[in-house]
Design a protein around this ligand. Structure first.
Ligand code: NDP
Length: 490
């Protein structure tokens, strides 16, 4: 079924082997066969990329008219769109997500480049009134060389969220994609090359994060780290980057609540709860895995989900009508399986799923899993599982729902379902969450480029997307000028 393809590192505008000559194999989670052989970056390659990125930062790119940088970003978007089917197939083959999701993701990645192509000539400093004798203004300057470390769950989209605003701002980038799914980031590098992005502005170096992370975070030529992934990895990067006071932005995990009040459109809420929890096989930081249901509609919501799941097609993600493919890797499958055992031992009731679906003996498939009788203090309600496991938690009052929702180390995303506008706005106000959607799971904006994305508490630092992402990649310089002709100084 699969065919092994060869990929190299992208450094200083060229595709090159690793300095060590080493490669690693990308395994397809669909059937466990080798999908690609990829050059494996080591610290020496990071040094070469950092030097190239530094040269690019000293060159024309950050000094160009922002409008002209935007034209290159638009060309990158065009190159992505021209190859969207090929890139989407690579995404599905290496990550296991459904082909329809991959096509959406590739289109969304192109849109991110289109958005920032048009953004930079509309993003600038301000003037600040200081009286007759002083003029004051601010300048936005690119932060410098940025290392960006991305995860495997939305590989090309996560890369686009980071690369596009950074290069639009005039930064140069070293992108280290996840080892499970490096291929589409290298296809992004091909798109950048086709768009004549100057050498060194984007470098893409797949390699083992554990071996490269500290070198990247302490590298003297790198000014900023942008990371998406696990909280412990993010914390390690913050510590390693602390001595140099490097800028760090983090998109970490979530345990997002989906709060369903009895007065909501229950049919809509119950049906939407399925894709909100199990989309991308639950491997999404925004997955609504804690389903908080007002006690009177608990059984109705559960039944809607169970009936809906009967039509949920699990299987080969390359088939266009598949709803859920395999988990990304054997280790992620095992993590999920372990959490199912934890949930059972904690006293939760396993309503469905909990193991490999019947009839799918190859590949890392895991059946959509629902627990009831869950107390929010249980590990399955507190920890990010990153798989298709949902916990249904009943509540009796609005105050209790808010308290349960906020009783989490995370604060990334949340949904509220109610027809009472006042209640909706009270809950929005009181949730500790970087994002909240009302009567939806924000699916329309899930792939949107326009709105800020990021979390409170242990879900991260900073906001990606929209104009907010440009704050992550620029420094603000204030300039104050005395325009008086007096002979005395203040
Ligand atoms: P990691 O945080 O380990 O991986 C994310 C990225 O960080 C990858 O590129 C990885 O490289 C890199 N990395 C790994 N170790 C280091 C390090 N010491 N320094 C710098 N970079 C490093 O997550 P996992 O892939 O191990 O997934 C584990 C869990 O993390 C998941 O179960 C999930 O809970 C959470 N997660 C959350 C994501 C989110 O979107 N918020 C995305 C992915 C995971 P490499 O692949 O080479 O290890």
């Amino acid at each position: 079924m699969t065919q092994s393809k060869q990929f190299q590192l992208f450094i200083d505008g060229e595709f090159v082997p690793a300095a060590s000559g080493e490669t690693f194999t990308v395994i397809s989670p669909i059937d466990g066969t080798a999908y690609a052989s990829v050059a494996k970056a080591g610290v020496e390659d990071i040094d070469l990329a950092a030097a190239a990125a530094r040269r690019a930062f000293a060159g024309a790119w950050p000094r160009m008219l922002p409008f002209d940088r935007g034209r290159v970003l638009q060309e990158i978007a065009n190159a992505i769109r021209r190859r969207s089917e090929e890139i989407a197939t690579a995404e599905t083959m290496s990550g296991g997500k459904t082909i329809s999701n991959s096509l959406n993701e590739v289109s969304a990645a192109a849109r991110v480049f289109e958005y920032y192509a048009g953004a930079m000539d509309k993003f600038f400093g301000s003037t600040i009134p200081m009286g007759a004798d002083l003029m004051d203004f601010t300048i936005r300057e690119p932060v410098g060389v940025v290392a960006q470390i991305t995860p495997w769950n939305f590989p090309i989209l996560a890369a686009a969220w980071k690369v596009a605003p950074a290069i639009a701002s005039g930064c140069s980038v070293i992108l280290k994609p996840a080892s499970n799914t490096p291929v589409t980031s290298l296809l992004l590098a091909e798109a950048a090359q086709a768009a004549d992005l100057p050498a060194g502005v984007l470098n893409v170096l797949p390699g083992p994060g554990g071996a490269l992370g500290n070198h990247i975070a302490t590298h003297p030529l790198i000014n900023k780290i942008a990371f998406t992934g696990e909280g412990r990895t993010g914390a390690a990067l913050v510590k390693a980057a602390a001595d140099d006071i490097k800028r760090v932005s983090l998109e970490l995990g979530g345990k997002s609540p989906n709060i369903i009040f009895a007065d909501a459109n229950i049919k809509k809420a119950g049906n939407a709860a399925i894709s909100a929890a199990f989309g991308n096989a639950g491997q999404s930081c925004s997955a609504r895995t804690r389903i908080l249901v007002e006690r009177g509609v608990h059984d109705e919501v559960l039944e809607l989900m169970q009936v809906g799941l009967q039509n949920w097609r699990i299987g080969n993600p390359l088939e266009p009508d598949t709803d859920m493919g395999p988990m990304v890797s054997a280790s992620q499958w095992q993590t999920v399986k372990d959490y199912v055992s934890i949930g059972v031992s904690e006293g939760a009731t396993l309503v469905c799923g909990g193991d490999r679906p019947e009839g799918l003996s190859d590949g890392h498939y895991f059946a959509p899993t629902i627990f009831t009788d869950v107390d929010n203090s249980m590990r399955i309600a507190q920890e990010e599982i990153f798989g298709p496991v949902a916990a249904i938690i009943p509540f009796d009052t609005e105050e209790e729902a808010i308290a349960i929702a906020n009783d989490s180390p995370f604060g990334l995303n949340a949904s509220v379902w109610t027809r009472d506008i006042n209640r909706a706005l009270r809950v929005v106000r009181d949730l500790d969450s970087g994002m909240v959607s009302v009567n939806s799971h924000g699916s329309a904006s899930r792939y949107s480029t326009f709105t800020p994305f990021g979390g409170m508490k242990k879900s991260g630092i900073g906001r990606e997307l929209g104009m907010n992402a440009l704050d992550l990649y620029t420094e603000l310089k204030n300039v104050i000028i005395d325009i008086s002709d007096t002979t005395t100084s203040e």
